[in-house]
Design a binder for this molecule. Structure first.
Ligand SMILES: Cc1ncc(COP(=O)(O)O)c(C=O)c1O
Length: 306
């Protein structure tokens, strides 16, 4: 049976020093979820926590989930299965291919199935899980990216982690959160944790038609949250995983200046969107912002130029 796992890693909150922040008089601290563990990195662990507790409570032996050939979510899930000793199955988008991520999945003992593209698109249909449940009756299924209310609830404790560390930065308070959004699950967790006190800005790594806003709404409704305080900003730069020279140059410059590693799909785009917001005066002088480093650094092995 899947063990009861009560690993609650604490992420460091540290000041971010960049010339454009200094010029604008905006202070930013980074919550380094990328540093919580060498393998189980970023927001993924927090999104998995409640799914793991539900799987344990249901008497499951492991977890089955979905993702792409560079999926940070499947990577963290496979690594967690290896670390804590439970079975993992990954249903992958597209046709069989070897990437640094899929090699790791197999190394960590995840059983991988390739669904093709049409097969993967069917994941939202009601009958999708039926054959997989028949094949793996002892596994608990986790939605793509570790999403849903369970995923969001796992992220709520990040609010307390930040508040506990404010005085070490010399901050009495902070004004807002800024983070990359893919499904919006992590953002929804922060909105719940804040209970409307501070605005949570989600820099969307996917275009508008990916339905981030309705997904966030659905989670907040499922949690019974009536008042909400968040804003979504398009940071996708033309599409999910679309990378351009300006972005790569920005990442290179930011890494050299701050010492904080970034990747081009989520954290690089989110920080670049924050820079635009600061430069356009949307975040005014004297404001203090917590930027969540959501990890994903394993995925940058798939980008030779990044
Ligand atoms: C590195 C990274 N950052 C941010 C996100 C977005 O998180 P969410 O789906 O909770 O919005 C993801 C995955 O979706 C990710 O892999």
């Amino acid at each position: 049976m899947l063990p009861f796992i009560n690993w609650r890693p604490r992420a460091l909150l540290q000041s971010l020093h960049l010339d454009w922040l200094q010029r604008a008089g905006v202070e930013v601290a980074v919550l380094r979820l990328d540093q919580i563990d060498p393998l189980i990195s970023g927001n993924k662990w927090f999104k998995l926590c409640e799914h793991l507790l539900a799987a344990h409570a249901a008497g499951a032996e492991g977890l089955i989930s979905l993702g792409g050939a560079h999926s940070n979510h499947l990577h963290a899930l496979a690594a967690a299965g290896k670390r804590f000793g439970f079975a993992t199955v990954g249903l992958l988008r597209g046709h069989p291919q070897q990437t640094p991520t899929t090699r790791d999945l197999e190394r960590y003992g995840m059983q991988v199935h390739w669904l093709g593209f049409a097969g993967y698109r069917a994941r939202h249909t009601p009958e999708f899980w039926t054959p997989w449940q028949a094949q793996y009756p002892t596994l608990h299924n986790v939605p793509e990216g570790g999403g849903g209310l369970a995923g969001a609830l796992g992220c709520v404790p990040l609010v307390a982690q930040v508040r506990e560390q404010l005085s070490a930065l010399g901050w009495k308070d902070y004004d807002a959160w800024w983070l990359a959004a893919g499904t919006g699950t992590t953002l929804a967790g922060l909105v719940l944790g804040e209970a409307c006190e501070r605005t949570v800005y989600g820099a969307m790594a996917v275009p508008d038609d990916h339905g981030v806003a309705p997904q966030v709404e659905a989670i907040l409704q499922a949690a019974g949250c009536i008042r909400r305080n968040f804003e979504l900003i398009d940071a996708s730069r033309g599409g999910f995983a679309k990378v351009d020279e300006a972005l790569l140059g920005f990442i290179q410059h930011s890494e050299a200046a701050s010492g904080v590693p970034l990747e081009p799909l989520y954290t690089g785009k989110a920080l670049m969107a924050l820079k635009h917001a600061v430069e356009q005066g949307h975040i005014s002088r004297g404001r203090r912002v917590v930027f969540v480093h959501t990890g994903g650094l394993q995925g940058r092995r798939g980008f030779a130029q990044a």
